[in-house]
Design a protein around this ligand. Structure first.
Ligand SMILES: [Zn+2]
Length: 235
């Protein structure tokens, strides 16, 4: 192979690798400044849940959080919020934060035009406002994927983007909850933003055992707004 072809090939591979990293790693912050952890060394962490609300799993998670007096953040799918408005109201009434996680969360979301993505975010915001009276300004992109179109929609809507710093694959039902809890604890660090899914079966069991174990290790669970020092809603 001529040297020039070799150089071009290497450049193309590097470019592709960078594109993949920029789009699929929310903490790369290439397209969007995402907040993924709190600063400071105090053992404070925030629990966040994606992809809800869903019956009956979300209600069970809310029961656990109430029992342990822990305030969490829920990044909601607009279409599901429309179907379960009572759960959304309950979250707000019980002191949790709600944010946007798109309206439909389809795998095509990242491929939409700027306008389509902005419209979807607006629809989610309107839905959540209708249910709770609050205008959400925190957004977590589906799959953690960002690109220029998503970045533009975030900018247009004036959203703050929230990522995470601790994630395990709790959506995989075949992995035991005990193993997942262990992995969560192993990855935990001061300022952690922990990502979980309230739609998963046994999410309540996982959350309860995790809260107890994290507190035993000296961690305090605080609201996401406190941890990241940001406002969850527009005034
Ligand atoms: Zn999601």
């Amino acid at each position: 192979m001529p040297v020039i072809a070799y150089i071009l090939l290497v450049a193309a591979v590097l470019l592709l690798a960078f594109g993949y990293y920029a789009s699929f790693f929310i903490d790369s912050k290439v397209y969007v400044k995402a907040f993924c952890r709190g600063s400071g060394r105090a053992r404070k962490i925030a629990l966040t849940f994606d992809d809800g609300p869903e019956e009956p799993t979300t209600a069970r998670v809310l029961d656990v959080l109430a029992r342990h007096q822990v305030k969490a953040a829920f990044f909601l799918i607009g279409a599901k919020a429309e179907r379960c408005p009572g759960l959304v109201r309950r979250m707000v009434e019980e002191g949790h934060i709600i944010g946007s996680h798109s309206f439909n969360h389809t795998s095509l979301f990242p491929f939409g035009s700027r306008k389509k993505i902005a419209d979807e975010l607006e629809k989610t915001r309107d839905t959540l406002k209708e249910i709770t009276g609050k205008t959400v300004c925190l957004f977590r992109p589906p799959f953690g994927v960002t690109n220029p179109a998503i970045a533009a929609a975030i900018h247009t809507g004036g959203y703050q983007t929230v990522g995470w710093s601790v994630r395990v694959f709790d959506t995989r039902g075949y992995v035991s909850r005990k193993r997942i809890r262990k992995r969560l604890l192993k990855k935990l660090h001061p300022g952690a933003v922990v990502l979980l899914h309230d739609r998963c079966g046994k999410a309540d069991e996982l959350v309860e055992s995790f809260i107890v174990a994290a507190q035993e290790k000296g961690y305090e669970m605080v609201g996401l707004d406190e941890l990241l020092n940001m406002q969850a809603y527009e005034e």
